[in-house]
Design a protein around this ligand. Structure first.
Ligand code: CA
Length: 230
């Protein structure tokens, strides 16, 4: 098996070196860039198997690096973000980043995500149709079906459902979900998300009072149920 190459783009040198050392010990070839520009150049030269990308970079922002990568490649991207960068995190996921890790993070957690993302993306592309339980979400056709029957969803409800379905098992705060929908709703109140979720549940849940697809995470927000019912 050929050694996987990981490109780490992170301006905090100490963090970059620690990540490099740890991932090398895990058996990866690791190259480091300290700026967005350098990261983009190295990406083109190396054609790495995965990119660990800090968002807050001097000069070219991490989101811009992600955008350039996504224009021509499906290389998995794991973002490094601060807890306060919710909007960027969501923008990054929307732009096609595969996962994120919030600073401060443990090296073991990052390595686990690198492994998981590489496993998940190995020889696959982003599916256009996502199936969870009896639910089918066709991202290209912007259609959702429940047990074969076409669901009558508003554009916002479809966007919310599609966002959930693309990130199963991840917990999102109301504010993050709002950011994900912002272009469509112009709403600013996190509680707006609750009413969208409520309406969606009435359309997709067998029992809206006891939801099995969109789960409430008390005190935090919501998450979509993982594919294998786990
Ligand atoms: Ca930084």
């Amino acid at each position: 098996m050929h050694m996987k190459t990981v490109l780490v783009v992170e301006d905090e040198r100490e963090i970059a070196r620690m990540v490099q050392t740890y991932l090398m010990r895990e058996g990866y070839r690791v190259e480091v860039a300290f700026t967005g520009e350098e990261g983009w150049t190295l990406f083109k030269d190396l054609q790495p198997d995965l990119v660990v990308l800090d968002l807050m970079l001097p000069g070219m922002h991490g989101l811009e690096v992600a955008r350039r990568i996504r224009q021509g490649a499906t290389t998995p991207i794991i973002m490094l973000t601060a807890r306060t960068e919710e909007a960027d995190r969501v923008a990054g996921l929307e732009m096609g980043a595969d996962d994120y890790v919030t600073k401060p993070f443990s090296l073991r957690e990052l390595a686990a995500r690198v492994r998981a993302v590489l496993r998940r993306t190995e020889g696959t592309t982003v599916p256009e149709v996502i199936r969870v339980g009896k639910l089918t979400v066709d991202l290209a056709a912007r259609e959702a079906r429940l047990g074969g029957g076409l669901l009558d969803l508003t554009p916002t409800e479809f966007d919310l459902l599609a966002f959930f379905a693309r990130h199963p098992g991840r917990v999102f705060t109301r504010r993050e979900l709002l950011e994900a929908l912002q272009e469509r709703t112009y709403a600013t109140l996190p509680r707006t998300v609750d009413s969208h979720v409520k309406n969606l549940r009435h359309k997709i849940e067998p029992d809206p009072e006891d939801p099995t697809y969109i789960l409430t995470v008390h005190g935090v927000g919501y998450k979509f149920r993982p594919p294998e019912g786990g």
